[in-house]
Write a protein that binds this ligand. Structure first.
Ligand code: TMP
Length: 227
């Protein structure tokens, strides 16, 4: 059986990385996930991210996020660099993993391009849809978890982490437009999307995500799981 792609999305500092690790820990302790692994149905659980999930992507990530070099990136060039990162990531990592039956937990995916380059930079949403479609070869996530957090709160968290990258340094209004992008996506395409209140304590967020993922897992793998 083909694997599953679970994506984590949200504004800066929303807690994606923490929650991806928490989900990994919870799945490692889950009886049903262990049973599927033991049967070889889910051979591995892979954690990856965009940009930067491949060697090419690491170079692109440095170009896109490093704020110390004097490279100017125009909005449309930025869009194409994120698309190039995704095309490589899909080809090299995500599709082969899904073909093996593995699960892929991905820190950001196509929704980020809609939110950041579409709503944030104001680029044409039709162009972004076409580029996302081209870069992913039509692959859509099985589940997207949106960690919803006020922009000010997320940026403050990101600031406490240390030096800010090129995107984090953008003005508050940019990040507020990005947030509107995530909100619009959640409203327009609620199917296969879960909205979680990211302002809750990390334990509560992790518990909610665990419940949602296990509900889906029970549906997806019904024939393989004993009742
Ligand atoms: P992060 O990995 O720490 O979340 O940083 C990735 C940054 O790149 C973040 O500011 C969001 C931004 N981004 C886009 O602008 N467009 C995209 O398509 C993706 C994947 C990320």
């Amino acid at each position: 059986m083909r694997g599953k792609l679970i994506v984590f999305e949200g504004v800066e500092g929303c807690g994606k990385s923490t929650q991806i690790q928490r989900l990994r820990e919870n799945l490692a302790q889950s009886a049903s996930f262990q049973a599927l692994q033991a049967q070889g149905i889910i051979p591995e659980l892979l954690i990856t991210r965009e940009p930067g999930g491949t060697n090419l992507g690491l170079g692109l990530r440095r170009l896109l996020l490093d704020s110390h070099h004097d490279v100017v990136i125009a909005p449309r060039a930025e869009l194409l660099l994120y698309a190039a990162d995704r095309a490589q990531h899909i080809e090299e990592i995500i599709l082969p993993a899904l073909d093996r039956g593995s699960w892929v937990l991905c820190d950001r995916f196509t929704d980020s391009t809609v939110a950041y380059q579409g709503y944030g930079r104001g680029l044409d949403l039709g162009l972004i849809r076409d580029l996302n479609q081209g870069a992913t070869a039509g692959l859509v996530p099985d589940l997207t978890i949106w960690l919803k957090l006020r922009v000010e709160q997320g940026l403050a968290r990101a600031q406490r982490r240390g030096s800010q990258d090129r995107m984090e340094q953008a003005e508050l209004a940019f990040h507020q437009r990005v947030q509107r992008g995530f909100e619009t996506l959640a409203q327009q395409f609620p199917e296969r999307r879960a909205t979680i209140d990211g302002a809750q304590p990390a334990d509560a967020v992790a518990a909610q995500i665990n419940t949602i993922v296990h509900d889906d897992l029970a549906q997806w793998y019904k024939p393989f799981l004993a009742t």
